[in-house]
Design a protein around this ligand. Structure first.
Ligand code: 13P
Ligand code: SF4
Length: 326
């Protein structure tokens, strides 16, 4: 009886998450034991970015997920990103530290409503932003990311009309850049819709030397103030390459961690949400924590599962994107 109780306690200890100070080393040990690669998006907490094997934008993370020879992919990002990794690498175990890490764009574009939208436009080519579910990808002709959307749309036959989903702000920007008319699904990102224009104007007054960097998920009235617009990686590279000494950044402030690491002598200013709220941080991305990262590697769950029909249908437009991306 006493031995059984002691064994129980030992098992409980083996399952207990290590104290915060020991977490990075414990995660590293598990990563080696599982032959895992940790991929992280720039909107993750700094301590997650610091432990990741690779940090990137959606396109770069997809490429890494397709090319890795690890047995396990831990995706520190949101659900559609981990799902894309599973579509590209079905034989690997793909873990997402918190399964609740969704995305307003993906969640507000359900597969059945999207099928009805497509049915209203049967002659259209369907281009979907990667921020959508596998079931929506499976109904698309081509997937794009914020990094390649303009270039890909420009490559489409001029005589074919185009549906673009699910981000109307990105779609409008692509429309302006490419000169192609797009029929837009009316979705948007809660984070990129939240930035206060008034706060942005005040930051511009306070730091007249600063460049404004913006993600194309922002609304047009904010993009109109931008000196440079691009995906998260492109914004980071712009901050490195630009001669400017300061930057006002219109995207999720997680990216500032890599910007400050890359060019520590430059100044970075995040733009708050309206009413000064901290809702400029993505509530989904920030669900992942170091503790959940350790836990998912320890338990090998939650893992992304997909039915094979949906997966193989969703794969074709992603592969088309990878082939067409320069
Ligand atoms: P990128 O990192 O591809 O620019 O995408 C940003 C995003 O929407 C992540 O949610
Ligand atoms: Fe989705 Fe917006 Fe969060 Fe990106 S920042 S995951 S688009 S809700």
């Amino acid at each position: 009886m006493v031995f059984a109780a002691a064994a129980d306690t030992a098992a409980r200890h083996a399952d207990a998450c290590p104290p915060a100070a020991e977490l990075p080393a414990a995660i590293d040990a598990l990563r080696r034991e599982r032959n895992a690669v940790i991929l992280a998006h720039y909107y993750q907490e700094p301590e997650i970015q610091d432990i990741a094997d690779f940090i990137g934008d959606s396109l770069e993370l997809s490429r890494k997920a397709a090319a890795t020879d690890a047995t396990v992919i831990v995706f520190c990002g949101v659900h559609f990103m981990a799902e894309t990794a599973k579509i590209l690498s079905p034989d690997k175990t793909v873990l997402l530290p918190d399964l609740e890490a969704g995305c307003t764009l993906a969640d507000a574009c359900p597969a059945d409503a999207f099928a009805a939208f497509r049915a209203e436009h049967p002659d259209h080519l369907v281009v979907s932003y990667i921020n959508c579910s596998a079931a929506v990808k499976a109904q698309s002709d081509l997937i794009c990311t914020s990094s390649n959307a303009v270039d890909l749309v420009r490559q489409l036959p001029a005589d074919r009309p185009i549906l673009f989903a699910p981000d109307q702000n990105l779609g409008r920007w692509v429309q302006r850049q490419s000169g192609r008319e797009l029929t837009l699904w009316p979705g948007s990102c809660i984070v990129h819709e939240t930035f206060s224009e008034q706060a942005l104007l005040q930051l511009k007054l306070d730091h007249p030397e600063a460049e404004v960097l913006a993600h194309p998920e922002c609304q047009q009235h904010l993009l109109d103030h931008a000196d440079f617009i691009g995906s998260t990686s492109k914004l980071l590279h712009r901050a490195e390459a630009s001669p400017a000494s300061g930057f006002i950044v219109l995207t999720e402030p997680g990216i500032l961690h890599q910007m400050r690491k890359a060019v520590p002598h430059k100044a970075f200013y995040e733009v708050p949400g309206a009413d000064g709220c901290s809702c400029n941080a993505c509530p989904y991305m920030r669900l992942n924590t170091l503790e959940k990262l350790w836990r998912c590697l320890h338990d090998m769950t939650p893992a992304i599962e997909l039915d094979e029909t949906t997966r193989s249908r969703a794969l074709a437009p992603i592969q088309r994107m990878l082939e067409m991306s320069r």
